[in-house]
Design a protein around this ligand. Structure first.
Ligand code: SF4
Length: 436
């Protein structure tokens, strides 16, 4: 039987798309190969957010084609429609596949390798219609839409994934109900901008409410959120709906208004701070078990970012006191508006700015984590670390190392853990109870 292998680079969306790709290929009669060198069909689900992610793709394609020259090489994800990437891989890639063209993939494979036969399958019009092959037995990504209309000046996503398109609330709820009935404990709703979700008269807050109403003991997470689209209705829903976890991730990108404008983010640093204040207040108002954790993405060294502008970001970090931040050094991405701007902050300076923000983050994360000392918190167990200890996440997305568990497989179980040690990015404690 023909075989396939998928290599995933990048974000949750790529991971989720790859789960649908795997299921699609298996429905067509392909089987999973041991590795990329043994597969008839190799798919790279690519990311174009940073140069390093892109460089990985060049290395992988060359290596795979050298060791497995007969494989059908397919590139999907964010690099699939980039003319400059195509030029750098002449004759090495058989199919460039925008992810929304997944239902046509088998026809395209047959064009390049007619001997790879597919089963007769019913025609699929929409890639969201492909049921995913979930990699985890307890935590599932559920895409609610794809694409982005925002065109932040540094970002390739709107070019790579096209305009926003959302699934119907009915289809999403049906998928979530099925997952909960199969025992899934964590539902992660994903889209480039979940706050723009619309299905008839329903917005994202309505969708959260409907999912919250599904019977069962499960947690709801969501990502990503754009600060310009977070409504008061959504903030209230986050506080009020108890299955929605006490964690909001939304990218600030900069703490300086001029840089935010150059990034085409369409909000001010003050607006972002007001949102954080309201989100935290909403958590307190509805007496949530844990303080709402706020995490973010930020870029240092955007073209023209002066020392004073960077200091505004440092100030914002000190004011907000993030629980976690994913700090990136700016790198120009081909085809974007900022690609035309002069990348004038040196690499060394970007590194210095990253380090400064990281130090502030370590302090604020540690200060926030002190809340947890001696508290008993629910943890969804994910696996064992190298030291053989169980670990998992709290509802507020804190990683917890768990000691004192006796026997049995805890993966996918909830554990109640009494926290005895807190660090900046991790907590640890002893298990006091576990439940399914
Ligand atoms: S909101 Fe901005 S950063 Fe996020 S995917 Fe859209 S364009 Fe990219």
């Amino acid at each position: 039987m023909p075989s396939y292998y998928i290599i995933i680079i990048g974000c949750q969306m790529n991971y989720s798309d790859s789960e649908r790709l795997a299921s699609y290929l298996e429905s067509q009669g392909l089987v999973l190969a041991a590795n990329e060198f043994a597969a008839d069909v190799v798919i790279l689900t690519t990311c174009g957010i940073r140069q390093s992610a892109e460089d990985r793709v060049y290395g992988l394609v060359n290596r795979i084609k050298k060791k497995n020259p007969k494989s059908v090489m397919i590139i999907t994800g964010c690099l699939s429609e980039r003319p400059d990437v195509k030029k750098r891989l002449p004759g090495k890639v058989d199919i460039w596949l925008p992810i929304t063209a997944m239902p046509q993939l088998m026809d395209r494979i047959k064009e390049v390798r007619p001997q790879i036969m597919a089963k007769e399958e019913k025609e699929l019009k929409d890639y969201f219609g492909v049921p995913p092959k979930h990699q985890s037995s307890f935590s599932a990504y559920v895409p609610i839409g794809n694409g982005c209309n925002n065109f932040c000046s540094y970002c390739v996503v709107p070019y790579a994934r096209g305009r926003e398109k959302y699934r119907s609330a009915r289809e999403i709820i049906k998928e979530v109900k099925g997952l909960v009935q199969s025992g899934y404990k964590e539902i992660i709703l994903i889209a480039q901008n979940v706050n723009s979700f619309r299905s008839g008269a329903s917005d994202f807050a309505d969708l959260l409410e409907k999912i919250n109403d599904i019977p069962g003991d499960f947690w709801i997470r969501f990502a990503s959120s754009h600060p310009k689209d977070i409504s008061l209705k959504l903030i209230k829903a986050i506080g009020r709906l108890f299955k929605v976890c006490e964690h909001v991730h939304f990218a600030v990108q900069s703490g300086d208004d001029q840089i935010l404008k150059a990034m085409n983010r369409r909000y001010s640093a003050k607006h972002y701070q007001d949102l954080v204040k309201k989100i935290r207040e909403s958590g307190r108002k509805y007496k949530r078990e844990l303080p709402l954790a706020i995490t973010t993405d930020v870029i240092v060294g955007f073209p023209g970012e002066t020392e004073a502008q960077f200091k505004n970001t440092v100030k914002l970090f000190k004011t907000i006191k993030f629980d976690m931040a994913y700090i990136s050094q700016y790198s120009p991405r081909y085809g974007t508006v900022s690609y035309q701007m002069k990348d004038d902050v040196t690499r060394l300076e970007k590194k210095r700015r990253e380090k400064i923000l990281d130090q502030v983050l370590q302090q604020t994360a540690l200060a926030n984590n002190k809340y947890y000392k001696n508290k008993v918190v629910a943890v969804l167990v994910e696996g064992k670390n190298r030291q053989g200890e169980w670990y998992g996440k709290t509802r507020s997305y804190k990683t917890v190392q768990i000691s004192g568990a006796t026997g049995g497989d805890l993966v996918g179980c909830f554990a109640l853990v009494k926290i005895d040690k807190v660090r900046d990015f991790a907590l640890s404690g002893k298990i006091v109870a576990q439940y399914e």
